[in-house]
Design a binder for this molecule. Structure first.
Ligand SMILES: [Zn+2]
Length: 299
């Protein structure tokens, strides 16, 4: 009896240890854009040509750091961040903590979600903006403000948040929090349900907003990330039934003409094409391909 009891205790003990270890492991994915970062209103903050870009890379990095710190404090054990704006080389790598991994530059098959897989518990969007068909929001666009007038999944116009939520959904990972202006928080919660939203500025137009100060934005992001992780079981992955029909409307005429040479592409009107992918991975690769490929690519 004594020996049996000891065996049972040992067995239970190892079970408890395993269960605790499993409960404790929590991977969080952070996709970071820039248009929705505190204070950002025009291209002056958004790229190397802008006179304020260098300073706003700092604010973008600190917003991501606020999310990272809060996620670790709330129980995250591993974090992957993707630098998902412009050239994909905005975040100041030496200012990020040493215990995360960072995805940089393009092209990449899963675009703003490169590095996501089924082992993650949740996705956080930092610095996001509204989609191209939304009349509200600072720098509203989907993927490219210069090239695209609409992107639809299964007939429904999507923002980058919607597209990226569907990629995460392919891996059964829910989006748990978004930061940006009031319009993107409204748009994203309307699509994904009751996720946490950090409003760091209020859009007054495409190129204008009333904004929080950076330190206040970091505090708000910390707070919302903690809240989101504390109720991480509430969130459902945004899963689209397969196959997935993708419609892309170009601002110009010739991309749709050229793409219609491919038998996998249907030209649906002068500016628009349709592609059906077997899943979101195919849809993502197709989008990255049509936005990146040109025969002059080097090396
Ligand atoms: Zn974007």
């Amino acid at each position: 009896m004594k020996f049996q009891a000891m065996c049972l205790a040992l067995l239970l003990g190892s079970f408890v240890v395993t269960a605790t270890a499993q409960q404790k492991k929590m991977k969080i994915y952070i996709s970071a854009d820039m248009e929705g970062v505190v204070g950002v209103v025009t291209s002056e903050q958004l790229g190397p040509q802008g006179f304020e870009y260098a300073r706003f890379r700092e604010f973008m990095t600190q917003e991501v750091n606020a999310a990272i710190e809060a996620a670790f404090e709330a129980g995250a054990t591993e974090i992957v961040v993707s630098d998902s704006h412009g050239n994909g080389q905005n975040l100041l790598i030496e200012k990020l903590p040493k215990n995360i991994l960072l995805v940089r530059s393009w092209p990449r098959p899963l675009m703003m979600m490169q590095g996501i897989d089924e082992t993650f518990a949740g996705v956080i969007f930092i610095g996001y903006h509204t989609g191209t068909t939304n009349p509200q929001g600072v720098r509203a666009h989907t993927i490219s403000s210069a090239r695209l007038a609409d992107v639809r999944l299964k007939g429904v116009s999507v923002s980058e948040a919607g597209l990226n939520a569907a990629i995460a959904g392919h891996f059964n990972v829910p989006v748990i929090m978004v930061s940006g202006d009031d319009a993107v928080v409204k748009e994203t919660t309307a699509l994904l349900g009751n996720i946490e939203g950090a409003v760091v500025k209020w859009a007054s137009g495409f190129h204008s907003a009333k904004t929080l100060m950076p330190e206040a934005a970091y505090e708000l992001i910390r707070d919302k990330v903690k809240k989101a992780i504390s109720r991480i079981k509430d969130f459902k992955p945004y899963k689209l039934a397969t196959p997935i029909q993708l419609d892309v409307r170009f601002k110009n005429y010739r991309p749709s003409e050229m793409l219609s040479y491919l038998s996998i592409v249907e030209r649906t009107d002068a500016h628009s094409i349709r592609f059906t992918g077997k899943d979101m991975i195919e849809v993502s690769k197709f989008l990255e391909f049509i936005m990146t490929y040109e025969p002059s690519l080097e090396p």
